[in-house]
Structure formats: C-alpha cells, structure tokens
Design a protein. Structure first.
Length: 73
C-alpha cells in the first residue's frame, strides 16, 4: 500500500468514526431530553454540532487528497 493510499484509508476511517460518535451522542441527547434534562442535552447538542463541522472538514480534506492522488496517477 502506498503512502497516499494509507493516508486516504486513515481519513476514511476517521470520518467513519466521527459519524459513529455523532450517532451515539444523538442517542444520548434524545435520552437526556426524554428525562427532562434539557440543559445537559443542549451541551451534548453543541458537541454534536462541533463534530459535524469536523466531519465536514475531514471529508473536504479526503476529497482533496483523492483529487491529488488521481492527478499523480
């Protein structure tokens, strides 16, 4: 596996892990709200929003790396 392929694989794994974390936090937020713990749920929502931002940036980087790999090949 080339260095570039290893980088792409790592970026894909990271993006997938972020999605899993977001999904878990969304379930936690839902449970907190169902228990009436809205302040805590709001804090979890802020973390979810930040993770979405990170995921979006990671996907942009991944796409850029793929384009660079295609240009080299």
């Amino acid at each position: 596996m080339t260095e570039q392929a290893t980088i792409l694989e790592g970026l894909e794994i990271s993006a997938h892990a972020l999605v899993q974390s977001i999904n878990g936090l969304m379930q936690r937020e839902e449970k907190l709200r169902s228990r009436g713990l809205h302040e805590r749920a709001d804090k979890v929502r802020l973390v979810i929003d930040r993770l979405y931002t990170l995921r979006d940036e990671l996907i942009r980087i991944l796409e850029k790396q793929r384009l660079e790999q295609t240009a080299v090949v």
